[in-house]
Design a protein around this ligand. Structure first.
Ligand SMILES: [Zn+2]
Length: 50
């Protein structure tokens, strides 16, 4: 289980409606609209977990 980086909703990786890869990291989205938003401005949605 992970979270949609755009709206923070829980998403199951194997049931995600959309996914994207950015800087070698995979992201999963609850819907295609969220993927679209992410793809436009990924840095806005990435939480740096360092
Ligand atoms: Zn979402």
């Amino acid at each position: 289980m992970t979270n949609c980086p755009v709206c923070k909703m829980e998403v199951e990786e194997n049931k995600a409606r959309a996914n994207s890869e950015y800087k070698g990291q995979a992201y999963y989205f609850c819907c295609k609209a969220c993927k679209k938003k992410f793809d436009e401005t990924p840095d806005k949605y990435i939480i740096d977990k360092k």
